[in-house]
Design a protein around this ligand. Structure first.
Ligand SMILES: NC(=O)c1ccc[n+]([C@@H]2O[C@H](COP(=O)([O-])OP(=O)(O)OC[C@H]3O[C@@H](n4cnc5c(N)ncnc54)[C@H](O)[C@@H]3O)[C@@H](O)[C@H]2O)c1
Ligand SMILES: [Zn+2]
Ligand SMILES: [Zn+2]
Length: 398
């Protein structure tokens, strides 16, 4: 089959690789009909995620048709059209039973790689390094899906794979980010980052009862998309984020702040230069500019929700500020399986149509170019959907 493989910083290629096979009785093989590129893939693309190996297949947002099943699979049937969560979860361990699917203790065969730093292993993830299991990802024509009965969301008639694709990751990620804000009526939520995760966080915050949402980015197109959803746009390249959020909240600060940016935050000041240098010489793995800003901007006693990915060490994070202001934190990889049915219901009831985000539909051979375009926000790129069964097409963005 054809798949998108990683070979180093800014180097991904479409290659022929062996077809996946059933390895465990709870596995399925899926023929992928819709796949996507995530902001998390960009961290890998930029060479910032450790324990990647040349030839690893990327991609963790995908949907398709079930074509083969292991002997113990009961719920999912051949021919079902499914969306697959990016978190691989057994469904039966201490963590899965509590809905903490991304912390599954049984699904990461390489969990020992995490022990020196983290103490305990977390769930396996598709296409996300040998720290998270070394599983082949779904920017490919076929994929092996472990524990398919726990994870796969079977699509009803009338809902296409593309329509429900983002339930694999960014929709539940935005939703959980908003849920983690513990929103009360009348509250103001500020969202840093208006990429795919930020867009779903903004819409989810409104769905969960926020009165006002402030959307922060410096990409005019993404700010306009946020405004379309009813948010107040704040361009951090043009306006002072602290001053503007203060003015919009009667001088008190937002009740909750969402970091939908993560480890590659841009900063226009000297602090940004320092972070770039520290990350380049590997003295820090993550650039915590947004966290610093959130610590300052959030109201005292407010909630901080962090869906943006951080992978290791940050420098100069004023933790005493968070302590002094009594801030509350929730963060982590999304417990996707906990949200799939509810979010599908919202789509079926037309409360949201996630396709608002799609700017480009591409074929297999265009994926390397699409990584570049998504990373650099070129050609109005907000989200790319791939049909990996198609391989030849014209140049994109024209
Ligand atoms: N927790 C999870 O399970 C989970 C799942 C999916 C994605 N993520 C993470 O969420 C983050 C966002 O993902 P995405 O797909 O939206 O990525 P993206 O790269 O498309 O979007 C990030 C946005 O942040 C903006 N930004 C950069 N610096 C900023 C700053 N200082 N202030 C405000 N905005 C700034 C960028 O302009 C961009 O629009 C990434 O870190 C990704 O890895 C986490
Ligand atoms: Zn993702
Ligand atoms: Zn489990």
């Amino acid at each position: 089959m054809k798949a998108l493989t990683w070979h180093g910083t800014n180097d991904v290629r479409v290659e022929s690789v062996p077809d996946p096979e059933i390895l465990a009785p709870t596995d399925a093989i899926i023929e992928i009909t819709a796949s996507a590129i995530c902001g998390s893939d960009l961290h890998i693309y930029h060479g910032l995620i450790p324990m990647m190996e040349k030839g690893d297949i990327l991609g963790h947002e995908f949907a398709g048709k079930v074509i083969e099943l292991g002997s113990e699979v009961k719920r999912v049937k051949k021919g079902d059209r499914v969306v697959v969560p990016f978190t691989i979860s057994c469904g039966g361990c201490f963590f899965c039973k509590q809905g903490l699917y991304s912390l599954c203790s049984e699904s990461n065969p390489k969990g020992s790689n995490q022990l020196p730093l983290m103490g305990y292993p977390t769930a396996g993830l598709f296409g996300y390094s040998h720290m998270y299991g070394g599983f082949a990802g779904g920017q490919a024509q076929y994929v092996r899906v472990p524990f398919v009965d726990t994870g796969a969301l079977i699509l009803p008639e009338g809902i296409s794979e593309e329509h429900a694709l983002f339930i694999s990751d960014i929709f539940p990620t935005g939703y959980m980010a908003a849920e983690n804000c513990d929103i009360r009526p009348g509250q103001t939520i500020a969202v840093w980052g208006c990429g795919p995760v930020g867009q779903f966080a903004i819409r989810s915050a409104f769905l969960l009862g926020a009165q006002t949402v402030i959307a922060i980015d410096d990409d005019p197109l993404r700010l306009t998309l946020a405004e379309d959803a009813g948010a107040i746009p704040l361009n951090f390249g043009k306006e002072d984020v602290y001053e503007k959020t203060r003015l919009l909240t009667s001088g008190r600060g937002p009740d909750a702040c969402i970091d939908a940016v993560g480890m590659e935050a841009h900063s226009h000041g000297a602090e940004g230069v320092m972070d770039n240098v520290l990350q380049a010489v590997k003295l820090e793995t993550d650039k915590p500019h947004v966290l610093r800003e959130i610590f300052k901007c959030c109201r005292n006693g407010g909630n901080i929700s962090i869906p943006g990915v951080y992978i290791g060490m940050v420098q100069n994070l004023p933790f005493g500020v968070a302590f002094g202001k009594g801030l509350n934190f929730k963060m982590g990889q999304t417990h996707v399986q906990k949200y799939t049915k509810h979010l599908l219901d919202l789509i079926v009831q037309s409360k949201i149509d996630p396709r608002f985000l799609i700017s480009h539909r591409i074929t297999m051979d265009q994926i390397p170019e699409a990584y570049k375009m998504f990373a650099k926000h070129q050609h109005g790129c907000t989200k790319v959907v791939i049909n990996p069964q198609k391989s030849v097409s014209d140049k994109i963005g024209q």
